[in-house]
Design a binder for this molecule. Structure first.
Ligand code: PAF
Length: 287
C-alpha cells in the first residue's frame, strides 16, 4: 500500500489503473478511522479492483469556533487499518497541497444545505462540496462511498454529482453502531465516561420517534416532541436540532405523508457536554 501526499502522483497512479481497465473505489475520510469507515472500505474493496482512501482534515468545512485544531488524528493507526483491509493507496495531502494561498473557488448549493446541520454550520457544506469535488478530480474513481450517519452530506453529494454531471457513482452505506447503540464517530473520543453514557440518549430518543411513526403518527411535530421528551430527561444533553425533512429535498415537512419520494429523514444534533453529536434514521412512509 502506498501513501501519497501529492496530487500529481495520486492522479497519475489512478489514471494508470484506469488505463489498465481496472475499476477504482474512493473512500473520502478525515481519518481517525473507526468501524464505520471500515465498513465503507470493505464495501469499496468488494465492488472495485482498486481502493483509494483519502485522509484529510479539511480546514474549510470547519467554522471559526469549531474543532479543526483538536480534531483527532492518527495516521499510523489509520494506515495499519487500511493495510489490513487491503486498501491500495492512501491520499494524505497537506492543507497547502489542496489549497494554494490564493485559493478562491468553491462549490456551493442553493438547496439541501440550509436546514439541519447547515443552520448551525452555515459554511460547512460549501467546504465539504469543494473538497469532495477536488477529490473527485484528483482521483477519477468509478464509485465513492459515504456513510449514512452524515445523511444530509450524503444527499448533498448525490445532488452535486447529479447537478454537475460528475461521472461517479455515489454509494451510501448504513450507520455502524457500538453494541449499546451509539453511532460510531471519530468525535466520540471527546466524551468522558459520564458523557459516553449520556450520549446513548441520541439513539434512544430516535427509537421513540421511530416507534411513534410505526404506530401510525404522521404529524412531524408529534414525532419530534416524542424525541425531545426523551432528550429532555438527560441532564448532560442540549438539543441543537430535532428535525424531520423530506429526504429528497432536505426540507422540513409537517405531514410525513407529503415526502415527494415517500422517504423521510429524521435527524438530530445534540450537544453532550461540549461535544456535538449527530444521528438519524431514514424511513419509507406508507400512507
Ligand atoms: O464525512 C467526512 O469525513 C468529510 O465530511 C468528508 C466527506 C471526508 C469531506 O471532508
Amino acid at each position: 500500500m502506498n501513501i501519497s501526499g501529492s496530487i500529481k502522483e495520486t492522479r497519475q497512479q489512478v489514471k494508470e489503473w484506469k488505463k489498465q481497465g481496472l475499476t477504482v473505489g474512493l473512500v473520502p475520510t478525515m481519518g481517525y478511522l473507526h468501524e464505520g469507515h471500515q465498513s465503507l472500505m470493505e464495501k469499496a474493496k468488494k465492488e472495485n479492483d482498486k481502493v483509494v482512501v483519502s485522509i484529510f482534515v479539511n480546514p474549510i468545512q470547519f467554522g471559526p469556533n469549531e474543532d479543526f485544531a483538536s480534531y483527532p488524528r492518527d495516521l499510523e493507526k489509520d494506515a495499519a487499518l487500511c493495510e489490513r483491509i487491503g486498501v491500495d493507496l492512501i491520499f494524505h495531502p497537506e492543507a497547502e497541497e489542496m489549497y494554494e494561498k490564493d485559493f478562491c473557488t468553491y462549490v456551493d448549493m442553493d438547496g439541501l444545505t440550509k436546514e439541519l446541520c447547515g443552520k448551525s454550520r452555515p459554511t460547512h457544506f460549501r467546504g465539504v462540496q469543494t473538497v469532495v469535488s477536488k477529490l473527485f478530480h484528483i482521483i477519477p474513481a468509478d464509485r465513492a462511498y459515504f456513510g449514512q450517519k452524515d445523511a444530509q452530506q450524503l444527499a448533498v453529494i448525490k445532488r452535486m454529482v447529479r447537478d454537475l454531471s460528475m461521472d461517479i457513482e455515489i454509494v451510501g452505506c448504513p450507520i455502524v453502531r457500538e453494541e449499546d447503540g451509539l453511532a460510531k464517530s471519530s468525535r466520540n473520543t471527546y466524551l468522558n465516561q459520564e458523557e459516553r453514557k449520556a450520549a446513548l440518549v441520541l439513539n434512544r430518543s430516535l427509537a421513540e420517534g421511530k416507534k411513534a411513526i410505526e404506530s401510525g403518527v404522521r404529524e412531524a411535530c408529534k414525532v419530534k416532541q416524542c424525541i425531545l421528551d426523551v432528550i429532555a430527561k438527560e441532564p448532560l444533553a442540549r438539543v441543537d436540532y430535532v428535525e424531520i425533512v423530506d429526504f429528497s429535498a432536505i426540507e422540513p415537512i409537517a405531514d410525513l405523508n407529503m415526502a415527494a419520494e415517500g422517504e423521510i429523514l429524521c435527524a438530530i444534533a445534540v450537544y453532550i457536554g461540549k461535544t456535538r453529536l449527530i444521528d438519524n434514521f431514514i424511513m419509507k412512509i406508507n400512507s
